[in-house]
Design a protein around this ligand. Structure first.
Ligand code: SF4
Length: 494
């Protein structure tokens, strides 16, 4: 689907790429239905709380150094600002840089929701510019402004000429998508449409855009890429507006997670011809090698990449093979965003661990370029199948699955999900850091973390004995799709 940067609005993932949040079946069925276009998402008649897309979108933008984010909505919508503020300062300190980014809520009240508050918004934008001199100003909507039809685009157009830095309207009405990852696309759209400039003539670059969350492996990746004469530009955590304005000059774009980087990668390719590296991600051995080889191919550095792979294999593969002997036969349930679920499933398979059920917090039928996500394609081509569901972090469904399958361990990238597994007595690995399974070195460490968590289960067992969970036997006896809308519940099971 073409990316239209002339409009400030982005269509939701549901509408653009057919993403869903409700499905129960198996991987093969999920993929086949995606391919032929018959996959139908199911809604639930009961649902636990989920996340608002504005948290994803605005946290991405607030991670850029020295900008202002103005969240136009009731105070409750800006609640994520405290976490963002803290995280941004910590990440900047860790990197050894400073940031003066501010996150301002406009605190809409009842009167504003009746009479509108566009005038006040205009004043706030001018005041923020005067007080903080940011390098860019992102003005976001919310559910309340969306419902009353507050025209933030007009306000932004009105103040744009008075302010000499980019002022960008960002449409973050939480109600428009059930998929919080739509927020990533919204942030990318804002950057693509208002910050990124066309490549300067005659500028030669050895840079590669690397979209990630918190650049925790920055020094390590810089060192790896030196072997290929590539200089990674990490986005957006600690990026400057100046850096972002030149990402159209890079040799390629890659990312740590397809869910996070797909929109920007495709947008840069479509608009400026910067190739987007489309491969499975860097998790595990196969993932790391496939990803490096694709970078080598796209940037014309295949020889250097092969040399690096050979050297690193000699160091790490014997150690990984050794530890695999102890992992063989373990059974796991996994619950993560789709960018990781199907990648980590592949790694577990590599390590000899059986995935008995995989939950993805949403599922993208196809990516922006029309292809099935590479992680999914890999599993299918390699005949790997397991039971799977799509569930927007509905932990009651996770508990139902854990109770039935009694796996050796549960893996999730969301602490609010692992804590329930632990209360249930299931060992859990919190795959918190995005680089926790990156490349050979971290795959080895990941395998060791799994061993640690299953060797001593006393914490989970003791906690489970003392905690009274809110779930009844009735719920554990139900099929996990018991609350799916009866009109579109898929009943085929693999
Ligand atoms: S934008 Fe909507 S969904 Fe998001 S925090 Fe505000 S009210 Fe909640």
């Amino acid at each position: 689907m073409a990316i239209n940067t002339n409009s400030s609005n982005v269509a939701t993932r549901e509408n653009r790429i057919g993403s869903i949040t409700g499905y129960v079946g198996n991987l093969k069925d999920l993929a086949e239905k995606s391919e032929c276009g018959s996959l139908k998402g199911c809604s639930r008649c009961f649902s636990q709380s989920s996340t608002c897309l504005s948290s994803c979108g605005l946290s991405q933008l607030a991670a850029i150094r020295d900008v202002a984010v103005i969240h136009h909505g009731p105070a409750g919508c800006s609640v994520a600002s405290a976490g963002n503020y803290y995280l941004d300062k910590v990440m900047a300190k860790k990197r050894g840089v400073t940031t003066s980014t501010v996150y301002v809520g406009t605190d809409m009240n009842e009167q504003d929701t009746i009479f509108g508050s566009t005038q006040a918004l205009g004043k706030i934008i001018r005041e923020v510019n005067k007080r903080y001199s940011p390098k860019a100003i992102f003005v976001s909507s919310s559910c309340a402004t969306g419902i009353i039809g507050e025209d933030i685009d007009s306000v932004v157009d009105e103040v744009r000429d008075e302010i000499d830095v980019p002022v960008v309207a960002v449409h973050c009405e939480g109600f428009k998508s059930r998929i919080w990852a739509t927020g990533f696309d919204i942030a990318d759209h804002a950057v693509l449409s208002s910050i990124v400039q066309p490549p300067r003539e005659g500028v030669k670059s050895n840079k590669i855009n690397f979209k990630n969350f918190y650049e925790s492996a920055r020094p390590e990746i810089i060192e790896i890429f030196k072997n290929f004469d590539l200089d990674p530009v990490f986005l957006y955590c600690n990026s400057t507006v100046e850096e972002l304005s030149h990402i159209s000059e890079s040799l390629a774009t890659t990312c740590i997670c397809g869910t996070l980087g797909n929109y920007l990668g495709n947008g840069l390719e479509e608009k400026y011809g910067v190739p987007y590296v489309r491969s499975i991600n860097q998790c595990g051995i196969v993932g790391f090698e496939t990803w490096l080889r694709e970078i080598g191919r796209v940037t014309g550095r295949s020889e250097k990449v092969e040399k690096y792979i050979e050297e690193q294999r000699a160091i790490y593969i014997p150690q990984i093979e050794e530890i695999k002997k102890e992992l063989k036969g373990l059974r796991a349930v996994i619950g993560m965003g789709p960018g990781y679920t199907f990648e980590v499933s592949r790694v577990l398979n590599e390590l000899g661990i059986e995935v008995v059920w995989a939950l993805a917090w949403h599922y993208d039928k196809k990516y922006e370029n029309g292809d099935v996500p590479p992680s999914m394609k890999y599993l299918l081509e390699n005949n790997i199948n397991f039971e799977a569901s799509v569930s927007d972090q509905q932990n009651y469904e996770v508990m139902n699955i854990l109770h039935k399958y009694k796996p050796d361990l549960y893996l999730s990238r969301h602490p609010g999900s692992t804590v329930w597994a632990i209360k249930n007595g299931t060992s859990a690995v919190y795959v918190a850091d995005e680089y926790m399974i990156f490349g050979y070195k971290h795959t080895l460490e990941f395998a060791k973390s799994i061993l640690d968590s299953i060797r001593n289960r006393s914490f989970e067992q003791n906690l489970a004995k003392r905690v009274k969970l809110p779930y009844t036997d009735w719920w554990y006896k139900q099929n996990v799709d018991a609350f799916f809308d009866s009109n579109n519940t898929p009943k085929e099971r693999g």
